[in-house]
Write a protein that binds this ligand. Structure first.
Ligand SMILES: Nc1ncnc2c1ncn2[C@@H]1O[C@H](COP(=O)(O)OP(=O)(O)OP(=O)(O)O)[C@@H](O)[C@H]1O
Length: 291
C-alpha cells in the first residue's frame, strides 16, 4: 500500500488539478482571536478564549488538549459550522461566515450510509456539490485503492471493519480535492494496531498531496508523529498553552518513535499536562515540574 498510496495520490492530485483546476497543496487558515461562549437560558459555557493561530498552506498542525477544552468547537469554527462569539476565521484570504465547503472533514465515526455501496458513499460528497467532472468515478476508485480498499467498491459499509470504514470516510473527505482537511479524532475509535497503520498511511497521503491539515487528537504520540507543529491547549476555556515545533525528518513512519526529538517533544507536552493537573504521574510516575 505504501508505494501505491504515493503513486495513486500524486496521480489523483494531478488529474484533479487538470480536470477541475483544483489547487494542489493547501490553503492558509488564520484563526484570529476566536472565542466561543455557548448560551442556553442563563447557562453559559465559555468554551474557547482568544485563540490566535495561523496554519500555513500545506502545513500539518495537530491540536492536543484535555477533554472539553474546546478542540471540536475550534474545528467547527474553522469549518464555519458555528459562528465565533468574537474573532474570526479566514481561509485563503476569505472570512468564514457560514459553512465552508472547500474542505474535507473526518470525524471520529465514519458516518457512512448503510444503503449505499462504498463507491457511492464516496461519491455522495461530489453529488452534494453537484460536481460532474469527468473521471470522478476513476478518481474515487484510485483513492480507494490507495488506502487499500481495491475490490471493495461495491460492498456495503456493514461488510467492512471499523478501520476500513474510516478509510472510506477519509477518501470521501478527499474526493473533491479540497485544499484543507479537518480531522477530529479520526482514529479515536480504532484498535491500537489499526490506528498505528492509519497514522502511517495518513502521513503518506499528506506527503503526496500537501493539503493544509488540522488534526485533533487526545494522543500526544500521534500528534508528535504526524504534525509539523503541535498546539497544546489549556483546560476550558481553551486557550493555546504552547506550540511545539517539530523538525523530524519525514516520512516518520514507525521509526519516528526512535527519534530523540520525538522523545523530547512527548516529554515536554506531558510535562505541560502534568503541570496543569491534566495528567497525574502516579506514585512511580514522573515528578511534576513546572512547565
Ligand atoms: N452546542 C453546544 N452547546 C453547549 N455547550 C457546548 C456545545 N458544544 C460544546 N459545548 C461545550 O463546550 C465545551 C468544549 O466542548 P468541545 O466538544 O469543543 O471539547 P473537546 O475539547 O473537543 O472535548 P473532547 O476532547 O472530550 O471531545 C464543553 O464544555 C462542551 O460541553
Amino acid at each position: 500500500m505504501t508505494a501505491n498510496a504515493q503513486r495513486a495520490f500524486s496521480v489523483v492530485g494531478r488529474e484533479a488539478a487538470e480536470a477541475a483546476s483544483a489547487p494542489e497543496g493547501g490553503t492558509e487558515i488564520a484563526i484570529d482571536g476566536a472565542s466561543k461562549t455557548f448560551r442556553r437560558g442563563r447557562m453559559e459555557t465559555h468554551a474557547l478564549d482568544g485563540v490566535e493561530l495561523t496554519i500555513g498552506a500545506g502545513e500539518f498542525v495537530a491540536i492536543v488538549g484535555p477533554s472539553g477544552c474546546g478542540k471540536s468547537t475550534l474545528m467547527r469554527l474553522v469549518a464555519g459550522l458555528l459562528p465565533p462569539s468574537s474573532g474570526r476565521v479566514v481561509i485563503g484570504g476569505e472570512t468564514v461566515d457560514g459553512p465552508y465547503t472547500n474542505l474535507g472533514i473526518v470525524f471520529q465515526k465514519p458516518i457512512l450510509l448503510e444503503w449505499r455501496t462504498i463507491l457511492k458513499n464516496v461519491l455522495l460528497q461530489t453529488e452534494m456539490r453537484h460536481r460532474k467532472d469527468p473521471g470522478l468515478v476513476d478518481r474515487a476508485k484510485g483513492l480507494l485503492a490507495a488506502v487499500g480498499l481495491e475490490g471493495f467498491e461495491n460492498r456495503f459499509p456493514h461488510e467492512l471493519s471499523g478501520g476500513m470504514q474510516q478509510r472510506v470516510a477519509i477518501v470521501r473527505a478527499l474526493i473533491h480535492e479540497p485544499p484543507v482537511l479537518l480531522m477530529d479524532e479520526p482514529f479515536g475509535a480504532l484498535d491500537a494496531l489499526t490506528r498505528e497503520q492509519m497514522r502511517i498511511d495518513l502521513e503518506e497521503l499528506w506527503l503526496a498531496s500537501r493539503k493544509t491539515v488540522l488534526f485533533i487528537t487526545h494522543s500526544i504520540d500521534e500528534a508528535v508523529l504526524l504534525a509539523d507543529r503541535v498546539v497544546v491547549m489549556s483546560p476550558r476555556p481553551g486557550k493555546i498553552e504552547r506550540i511545539v515545533d517539530l523538525d523530524m525528518p519525514r516520512p516518520r513512519g514507525l521509526e519516528g518513535r526512535k527519534d530523540p526529538d520525538f522523545i523530547a517533544a512527548v516529554e515536554s507536552i506531558t510535562q505541560i499536562f502534568l503541570a496543569r493537573g491534566v495528567l497525574h504521574g502516579g506514585r512511580k510516575g514522573p515528578k511534576l515540574v513546572s512547565a
